[in-house]
Ligand binder design. Structure first.
Ligand code: SF4
Ligand code: SF4
Length: 245
């Protein structure tokens, strides 16, 4: 899931600039699971807008703001910038949802309420495998690190091995003593020789064409639109998504 957190409220209000009449879309998938979006985030955003003296002209929770078909259908179902004279659309979703809203041409500026931090496993533990975030570096090392992302779990973001001063027997990080050294934990099972080999392979990668499997057959456009519309209408069932958390 994509992890998100609320922006400082002053930043959201600044993003609204002179917008007086505002619509809200909140995401019923990842942001819902993070506790930032869903119907609760939607209600929180509506409350904030009213407390800032703004009028809420439309509001919906969507199951998958990042899905283009869902966003297109939501724009058609819920937004009418001319009739409602809406000045801005606030997205309580990850950056994928914000991009999707901009691509759907809602006819008004799109404002983001959340910051996207990266993807993580949705797991009921605070183990580093579950909590270290993937920020999509494009040169993944998880195969050799037992699932812990050192780019985000090590304060120096070292992907192929520890810093010179790391505690070999484990213990506080040499650079951020309030945290444990993640490389000491990774090296309990990882082989430095393999990590060095991976570093060399990553260096050689430039210009190599990526492997692209045959894309699955897409549904006809009408079926995709209908599926998108269904998902755009079922956001109030966001509690169902939270049941699997
Ligand atoms: S190394 Fe970390 S940031 Fe890079 S792709 Fe893998 S998990 Fe993501
Ligand atoms: S001590 Fe460990 S976690 Fe800290 S910067 Fe060095 S390798 Fe990274």
């Amino acid at each position: 899931m994509i992890k998100t957190r609320w922006k400082p409220l002053a930043e959201i209000e600044e993003g609204l600039a002179s917008a007086r009449r505002v619509a809200v879309f909140s995401c019923g998938f990842c942001a819902n699971l993070c506790g930032t979006g869903g119907t609760a985030g939607q209600a929180a955003m509506e409350g904030l807008l009213r407390s800032w003296g703004r009028e809420v002209t439309a509001s919906a929770c969507l199951n998958g703001c990042c899905l283009g078909q869902v966003m297109r259908q939501a724009v058609a179902l819920y937004l009418d910038p001319v009739r409602d004279r809406t000045d801005a659309l606030v997205l309580v979703s990850c950056a994928g949802g914000v991009k999707s809203a901009i691509l759907a041409n809602p006819g008004m500026p799109v404002v983001t309420a959340l910051d996207s931090l990266g993807s993580e496993a949705m797991w009921d533990t605070d183990h580093p495998v579950a909590t270290s975030l993937c920020v999509g570096c494009g040169q993944c090392v998880l195969t050799l690190t037992g699932g812990i992302c050192p780019r985000t779990a090590c304060p120096r973001g070292l992907p192929y091995g520890p810093c010179r001063d790391f505690p070999r027997e484990g213990g506080p990080c040499a650079n951020a003593p309030s945290r444990l050294c993640i490389w000491a934990q990774i090296l309990e099972n990882a082989d430095p020789k393999h990590l060095e080999a991976l570093r060399k392979l990553h260096r050689q990668r430039n210009g190599e064409p990526p492997f692209i499997p045959v894309p699955p057959q897409a549904l006809p456009q009408r079926a995709r639109s209908l599926t998108g519309r269904l998902l755009a209408l079922t956001g109030r069932f966001d509690w169902l998504v939270r049941l699997v958390k």
